[in-house]
Design a protein around this ligand. Structure first.
Ligand code: IMP
Ligand code: MG
Length: 180
């Protein structure tokens, strides 16, 4: 697949992503054996990962969606906005939050605490891309597909200013695009 001209290099191809997502699905099947968790997709970034992941799982799951976004200037982490109008009842449920990226950790730390405060029996997290060196709050995902260091990444659901989400691979965005 040809690399988009705004990208510097490809990080993970569609094939590598598919293989890794299956691996994580197997681990989730082990983790949730005998249970029926509710898989919660954090819109919009996690949508593609979410669909692939839950379809690769054999565990019966219910699927729900939540919206969270952090207002960002350039590629810097910003103010968190979460829609707390849940379309499902988390009380007593095993909740699996599925998110595209753990960056500062703020979004997932908040969502986890929020769902626990609403009475969830357990809350675990599965992230596509973990950036552990970017943490400003302590947060460790329970499951992750890949780890990355510095940089801004797009594709497979991840955007910059709402662009690039539908690239089937994950790539490093050229600095001049987000620092322009
Ligand atoms: P956190 O609250 O700082 O962990 O931010 C997580 C959110 O920031 C993710 O859900 C993404 O939407 C966004 N984000 C952080 N890093 C990147 C990136 O490299 N590319 C695209 N989005 C990112
Ligand atoms: Mg996001």
């Amino acid at each position: 697949m040809e690399l988009h001209e705004d990208c510097e290099r490809m990080l993970f191809s569609a094939e590598e992503i598919a293989a890794k997502v299956k691996e994580v699905a197997r681990r989730l099947d082990e983790e949730y054996a005998g249970a029926m968790p509710v898989a919660v997709c954090i819109l919009k970034g996690a949508a593609f990962f979410f669909c692939d992941l839950v379809r690769a799982m054999k565990t019966p799951v219910s699927v729900e969606f939540m919206r969270a976004s952090s207002y960002r200037r350039a590629a810097r982490s910003g103010l968190l906005q979460v829609d707390e109008n849940l379309s499902f009842e988390p009380a007593g449920r095993d909740v699996l939050i599925i998110e595209d990226i753990a960056d500062s950790g703020k979004t997932l730390q908040f969502l986890k605490a929020y769902l626990l405060s609403r009475g969830a029996k357990s809350v675990k997290t599965a992230v596509f891309l973990d950036k552990p060196s970017a943490r400003t709050v302590p947060f460790l995902p329970d499951h992750r597909c890949f780890e990355a260091e510095e940089g801004f990444f797009v594709g497979y659901g991840m955007d910059y200013a709402e662009r690039y989400r539908n690239l089937p691979y994950v790539a490093v965005l050229k600095r001049e695009i987000y620092e322009g």
